[in-house]
Write a protein that binds this ligand. Sequence first.
Ligand code: PLP
Length: 380
Amino acid sequence: MKIRYFDHAATTSVDEEVLNAMIPYFSENYGNPSSLYSIGKENKEVINLARMKIATILNCKVNEIYFTSGGTESDNMIIKGIAFANKRYGNHIITSKIEHHAVLNTCEFLERFGFRVTYLTPNSKGIINPADVERAITRNTILISIMYANNEIGTIQPVEKIGEIAKRYGVYFHTDSVQAVGNEKIDIKKSNIEALSISGHKFYGPKGIGIAYINEKINFMTIQDGGHQERDKRGGTENVPGIVGITKALEIANANLTSYNRHLKELRNYYISEIQKRIPNIKINGDMNSRLSGNANISFSGIDGNKLVEMLAEKGICTSSGSACSAGFVNSSHVLLAIGMPNFLAKSALRVTFGKENTIDDTKFLLDSIEESVKILRKI
Ligand code: PLP
């Protein structure tokens, strides 16, 4: 069966050029970067070069880039590292209700250690109002963590404005950019971002590698103790193939941003307009202006989103729903609930996220399959 993949917010395949760049670092160039012989020292140079390339693309300093195991670790490292280092200045953190669990659960962890967290509610389209961020700041606020783009509904937050407010009040600003990097042009300095999380597998790089950008002026505490790697901020032997891979993937993404976005938008807009024509009683979730190009999140009232995902999977179509099963219970997406959606509509949501290998023909197949499946599910 042909697989048609429309779940690029979950993960992407590794680009062939990325894979080819990585392969030598699994075999002939396997040295430990901390070793003193040539195959080790050469890999230290490879990492330094990767850091330079990444810093240039993101517009920050080379010594502000740290390699991690992915988005989750970058979020943990940054939020906990800033919180614990600055506790004597204040114990208040501002975030939003629509963050990924890597941020939400990290904040909940910190609440157990005496931190107070404000979880801001977005508007009904999933956008955080910068004025709400400003209103939430107290003299105890040490960190604002608001995501760049949402993984479920694709909304892009007013990061530059939030960064400006954070700067004005002297509060650190972190943004989880896992969904944005590779899709949006990120300029750290222009957006007043002081800490940022990136994950390789969201833009055709490998899994298990991430980046944390941490401004050199941030008062920071090391969370992962170990060796002296990553300038004492993240102990552990470096994932050299992963570092080579994420760097190559970022370079490719950065060079092709305009054409990539054009391709995704064309497919996404065609998909949404066809759904609107073909299927009654639907709701498009999120904001159509401030949104990642490849994201479409639609509620099909009266159906179970998980059942729709399963029916599509039988035809080789990969998508995702607005709810998750855990311990036998179906929980609606916290993001859809936070934008004020009733439970039954949240449970009927389908997330389609387009990627570079998708075509109009695949999208037509997807549309026909959704139309057929929704009809069947609405009759049950
Ligand atoms: N943050 C966001 C917004 C995400 O979408 C994800 C993954 O889906 C993560 C963090 C976690 O990234 P990783 O899978 O690299 O740990």
